[in-house]
Write a protein that binds this ligand. Structure first.
Ligand code: MD3
Ligand code: FE
Length: 201
């Protein structure tokens, strides 16, 4: 569950969700985000992300020319984000035993050429609160290394895999190099959805 001694606090449960649980979760997320369509954020420098995004929860992570932040409404529709489904809150409770509940769930959609450069997640108020990530659909080549820099390693995140970033790994540098296109049939149109549960405020 803590597979890498050089990344203390990185917890990984391959296959945590069986295929039926993956399909149920995906269906609920798709129904829920009908009210909060995927959109393509831009970096503060104005460059569009290749990943499309939406959010669930009291606040959601957004990026635009004004910077990165959490806000209570969808940047294009102005509507509040839909609630985080109970099954995701249950998963958080099971895996983080007793950590205060998440108030944000970023939903990332990767089509075949989408990627995410190496970065740290530091827009949350309490950087000691864990992050929980759930992968659905095509396998991704995930890259992660220590907060201080130095070597990185590549990990395949497949559909149904869950990881939690706690302790020192919470500030790890990480990104998505690419998808293994066609590796899963879960998403009808192909690609990958990643859900990250966070305590943002
Ligand atoms: C390591 N998402 O949304 S999930 C992100 O697959 C993000 O969409 C990737 O990086 C994705 O910020 C990676 C795994 C993950 C999520 C959060 C982390 C790894 C993390 C926070 C700290 C360290
Ligand atoms: Fe991240």
């Amino acid at each position: 569950m803590e597979p890498f001694p050089d990344l203390p606090g990185f917890r990984y449960w391959p296959g945590a969700l069986d295929p039926a649980a993956q399909a149920d979760l995906l269906a609920e997320v798709q129904t829920t985000i009908a009210a909060a369509p995927f959109y393509r954020p831009v970096t503060p420098g104005g460059k569009p992300f290749s990943v499309r995004m939406t959010n669930l929860g009291r606040v959601g992570w957004v990026s635009d020319r004004a910077g990165y932040r959490y806000q209570p409404t969808h940047p294009e529709t102005g509507a509040p984000w839909p609630a985080i489904p109970a099954r995701l809150l249950d998963l958080w409770n099971t895996l983080t035993d007793g950590s205060a509940p998440p108030d944000a769930c970023l939903v990332n959609l990767y089509r075949e050429t989408a990627r995410m450069g190496l970065h740290q997640d530091r827009d949350e108020a309490d950087l000691t609160a864990p992050v929980v990530s759930v992968s659905l659909g095509d396998t991704a080549l995930f890259r992660i290394g220590a907060a201080e820099g130095g070597p990185t390693r590549s990990i395949r995140l497949a559909s149904g895999d869950v990881c939690a970033l706690t302790g020192a790994s919470r500030l790890a540098r990480h990104g998505i190099d690419r998808l293994l296109v066609g590796s899963s049939k879960l998403l009808g149109d192909g690609g990958r959805i990643n859900l990250t549960l966070r305590r943002a405020t």
